[in-house]
Structures are given as structure tokens and as C-alpha cells.
Write a protein that binds this ligand. Structure first.
Ligand SMILES: [Zn+2]
Length: 242
């Protein structure tokens, strides 16, 4: 018996040692949706942009695709009409901070202000609660994850970066995204890039041919899906610094 008891204790210690660092309770970072459904979410960061957001919205309408827009609060404030337009055409409107400063350079108070101001502007315009936040440049830390959660949002990254902000051609953007897309992928694009708009028909066409459907983040992470096991629990080791 004594032997069994010490064996049990040993096992308990082993579990405690290998369990790793304590996890952030309830804090989640999403980089993709369920791999069980053949859907992908197209996301656009920054903006709204006076010149390029309207043709982007028209292109999405032509293609019959709903997407998600991570908007910058200070830019949204200057262009409420475009924010309303994004929403009224059925896309998800999400928080990309108020002034697009790196979350890593902000104090807790400044970060809180960035999150709240942007959500307040967007919600003031659309009357729809903002559910998702994407940190500028994809840079975030433990404090960011905690503040995002306390503000009732989920931190959303991506698993496929189109690199459309680097001046690459529409065919580069197309090949890179189409070849990498898997069920549940979240694709990162930017709303102020002409090459992205030009690439969209081919991207959508080829992904459709491969059997993919397109969903907004609201659809990908609906109330039911948000509790599914594909959520990543944020740990220090999962933080991506780009
Ligand atoms: Zn950005």
C-alpha cells in the first residue's frame, strides 16, 4: 500500500511539473476556425479608406462574399458613412485599436483607452456590439490578452498572411493565399491595397473551386462555435511577435 501511495504521489508531482505555466483563465487568442467545416474567413485590416474601401466593397458584392473589417477608430471617426456601408452590406465590423499604435508600447491605461475608444466609435456608428480585436501589426502580450477579454472581445489573429502590404503583385497574393488555405483558415489582407482588390476575383474563384465557402468572423465564431475546443488558450509561449 505504501508503495502504491508513493507511486501515486510521484505521478502527481510528474503531472504538476509537466503541466507547464499557469494558463490565463478564459483568455483566448483565435488564429483559425474549426477545421471540420470547409469555410474560410477573409479579413481586412486598417481603414476605412476614402478611395479604396468603396471599390473593395463593390468587388465583394460582385463576388457575393461577406468578410470582416478590422477598422482603426480614428479613421472610422472621420468616415462614419463608410463604416455604416461596411456593416449594411453584411460584413463584420471589428476593432483594430484607435490610433494603430503597437500594444507592446502602451501602458495598461493607454491600451484600455485604445480598445474602448475604437469600440465606442464603431458601436456609436453601427449600434452593433464589437466582438473582435486584432492588435496592430499582430503584436500583443499578456496584458493585451487580459484587457481585450475584460472589454468583452476576443483577440483574433490569422493563420494565412497574404503579405499584401509589401507591394507584391495580385498573382503573388493569389497564389500564396490559395495554396495555403485549409478549412477554418483566417486570411489576412489590408483594405487600402489596390493589388488586393485586383486579386480577389481569382482568389475567390479558385477557393470556391476547391470547395470553400466564405464566412464572416461573426459566423465563424458564433456563440455556439466560440466554445468549441479549437480555441487556443493564450500562454506566453503562443504569443507571436511580428
Ligand atoms: Zn493594421
Amino acid at each position: 500500500m505504501a508503495f502504491l501511495r508513493s507511486l501515486a504521489l510521484l505521478l502527481l508531482y510528474a503531472v504538476l511539473i509537466f503541466a507547464g505555466p499557469p494558463r490565463l483563465e478564459g483568455a483566448t487568442v483565435l488564429a483559425s476556425g474549426s477545421s471540420l467545416v470547409r469555410t474560410v474567413a477573409i479579413t481586412f485590416d486598417d481603414g476605412p479608406h476614402d478611395k479604396l474601401t468603396p471599390p473593395l466593397l463593390d468587388m465583394l458584392d460582385t463576388l457575393g462574399v461577406k468578410a470582416s473589417f478590422f477598422l482603426v477608430g480614428s479613421m472610422a471617426e472621420k468616415n462614419p458613412r463608410l463604416v455604416r456601408e461596411i456593416r449594411s452590406r453584411g460584413h463584420t465590423v471589428a476593432n483594430h485599436s484607435h490610433t494603430h499604435r503597437s500594444c507592446l508600447s502602451l501602458s495598461t491605461e493607454e491600451l484600455e483607452e485604445e480598445l474602448r475608444k475604437c469600440s465606442a466609435v464603431l458601436e456609436g456608428i453601427t449600434s452593433v456590439p464589437v466582438r473582435f480585436f486584432r492588435p496592430p501589426g499582430g503584436k500583443y502580450d499578456r496584458k493585451t490578452v487580459e484587457r481585450v477579454r475584460k472589454n468583452g472581445m476576443k483577440l483574433v489573429l490569422w493563420d494565412i498572411n497574404s503579405r499584401d502590404y509589401t507591394g507584391v503583385s495580385p498573382s503573388f497574393i493569389t497564389n500564396r493565399t490559395v495554396r495555403r488555405a485549409v478549412p477554418g483558415s483566417i486570411l489576412l489582407f489590408h483594405s487600402g491595397v489596390k493589388a488586393t482588390i485586383d486579386a480577389l476575383p481569382e482568389i475567390i474563384g479558385r477557393l470556391r473551386k476547391n470547395g470553400f465557402e466564405f464566412v464572416t468572423l461573426d459566423e465563424m465564431f458564433s456563440a455556439y462555435m466560440a466554445n468549441a475546443p479549437f480555441l487556443l488558450t493564450a500562454e506566453e509561449s503562443t504569443f507571436i511577435i511580428m
